[in-house]
Design a protein around this ligand. Structure first.
Ligand code: HEM
Length: 490
């Protein structure tokens, strides 16, 4: 047998040196393979105090990131089988560490309602979270959260500005004109950003008017630059090989927020930014961090919800017609709804709720951390472990919903729906402060859209089988590149 063959037997009578000379490249191969095997074993080893938990294969999770699978597909393929088997929690390899996803609705409630026992985890160490995480209302805890939350709640403690939603919907329809095929996911993102700017922050981003390097373009660029699979799987690479260009882009975006806050100081009003600025205890870093999170939470979520609703109404013309009949009856010949009208659209409201269930914009809630040893269902979990309440799993297990992947607005007309298993806005003290604001925003746009247009998916849409969400870093499910064909109603 030739000595160069990998199959050559290790039968020899000489020294180590002779062995090395004879089998040089085989030994190199073995060392390299051995090194990588040991590295992978080391990186993927489950800590001994978590080994009793059920676990999603880390290789399957890594593969899912490598092929840029969206979070909802990953959860449905890899995690929901555990929920269907009745597991309330499961270990998942995420962001270079093992964490626990909480799948059972009542365990999610336990985790989200006990804010002191399960505080939010702050991911300051990861580049992609330094962008959104930080000293702000979504990620802070304790006294800081109470302070920030008070200012934010004050801004929502006012009449819902339906007139702004109406005016901006009209502007969106001017873009659609007489109809045709439009990239709705992009148009609606600009609409929701202008809503947040005009109705909440007291600053008009004019996102619907095309601009060079607008806020929305800058934000989208940062979001997509951050979502690099290898960096999400092994975030410590950012310490070893910092991505200077991305860091500079995040800093440039934060500087834009900072400049806007400075100009706002000269133009105070009755808006969210003013309330934040009036809190004299808030540092510049906190102000910018809050601006950044409100900018993101305020527009991407609602635009994702609206894209999903429009998609499913396109796929279900019978629901679209029924919703339109309801709208036309309530509007009684008018083009624009009032606040009261929007409370009299039960079927449209059910479509919105079903869209939020079937494709929740926030599919994974921000992680909490255990502060002490706890029992979650039948499993013990030590202190210092990340817990991720998995909204997508709660919304898609057959234990909670019959035929969960079917778009069926009637679930929300039948009052037997289990409220505990319907949590698109989270649950407990940290649930979304803006849920009513967002629901009215969605009702207004959809009501006016139904009045003025009919729509469907264009032929050969990549979304024909199911709505395809963007691959991203933050557990969001936002339809990606969704084109819709509109026809103006006469
Ligand atoms: C369809 C639209 C929306 C969805 C699905 C949504 C979802 C959520 C969820 C799930 C949470 C809870 C996070 C947690 O438990 O950690 C949350 C919190 C929050 N949301 Fe929304 N949201 C939406 C729209 C908005 C809008 C328009 C704003 C306005 C700026 C907003 C501002 C916030 C804030 C400030 C919090 C933090 C609350 C706290 O921790 O005290 N959201 N949202």
């Amino acid at each position: 047998m030739p000595s160069s063959s990998i199959l050559a037997p290790l039968a020899y009578n000489g020294s180590v040196e002779a062995l090395y000379r004879t089998y040089t490249w085989q030994l190199w191969c073995l060392s390299v393979v051995g090194f990588f095997y040991a590295l992978v074993q080391y990186l993927l080893a489950v800590p001994s105090d978590l080994r009793h938990l059920p676990k999603v294969s880390p290789y399957a999770t890594i593969w899912s990131y490598a092929i840029r699978e969206s979070v909802d597909r990953r959860v449905k393929r890899l995690i929901i089988p555990f929920a269907e088997r009745g597991e309330g929690v499961v270990l998942v390899y995420m962001l270079g560490k093992w964490g626990v996803h909480v799948l059972d609705a009542s365990l999610v409630k336990t985790v989200c309602h006990n804010v002191d026992r399960f505080p939010k985890k702050n991911y300051q160490e990861h580049l992609h979270f330094t962008f959104l995480s930080g000293p702000n209302v979504v990620f802070s805890n304790g006294e800081m959260w109470k302070r920030h939350s008070a200012s934010v709640k004050a801004a929502f403690d006012r009449e819902i500005p339906v007139h702004h939603f109406v005016a901006l919907s009209d502007e969106l329809f001017r873009r659609i004109g007489k109809g045709g095929v439009y990239r709705f996911s992009e148009l609606v993102q600009r609409y929701t950003l202008d809503v947040v700017g005009t109705a909440l922050l007291g600053y008009n981003f004019r996102a619907m008017q095309t601009q060079e390097d607008s806020f929305v373009d800058h934000f989208n660029r940062v979001m997509s630059k951050i979502a690099v699979p290898i960096r999400l799987i092994l975030p410590f690479l950012d310490d070893w090989f910092p991505r200077h260009e991305v860091i500079a882009d995040v800093q440039a975006l934060n500087s834009r927020y900072g400049a806007l806050l400075e100009s706002k100081k000269q133009d105070l009003g009755l808006d969210l930014l003013t309330y934040l600025l009036e809190d004299s205890t808030m540092s510049t870093e906190e102000l910018i961090s809050n601006f950044s999170i409100l900018f993101s939470a305020g527009h991407d979520t609602t635009s994702g919800a609206l894209s999903t609703a429009v998609y499913h109404l396109a796929q279900h013309p019978e629901h679209q017609s029924k919703a339109r009949e309801e709208v036309l009856a309530v509007l009684a010949g008018r083009d624009e709804p009032t606040y009261e009208d929007l409370g009299r659209l039960p079927f449209l409201n059910a479509c919105i709720k079903e869209a939020l269930r079937i494709n929740s914009p926030i599919s994974l809630l921000p992680a909490r951390i255990t502060t002490e040893y706890v029992m979650l269902g039948k499993y013990s979990i030590p202190a210092g472990v990340s817990l991720v309440p998995n909204v997508c799993a709660v919304h898609h297990t057959q234990r909670n919903w019959t035929d969960p992947s079917r778009f069926d607005p009637y679930r929300f007309i039948d009052k037997s729906t289990r409220a505990i298993a319907n949590i698109p806005f989270g649950t407990g003290p940290r649930q979304c402060v803006a849920r009513q604001f967002s629901l009215y925003e969605q009702r207004t746009l959809l009501c006016m859209l139904l009045r003025q247009y009919e729509w469907r998916l264009p032929a050969r849409s990549p979304h024909a089988d199911y709505v395809k969400n963007e691959f991203g870093a933050f557990g969001l499910s936002i339809p990606h590149d969704l084109d819709i064909e509109f026809t103006k109603r006469v």
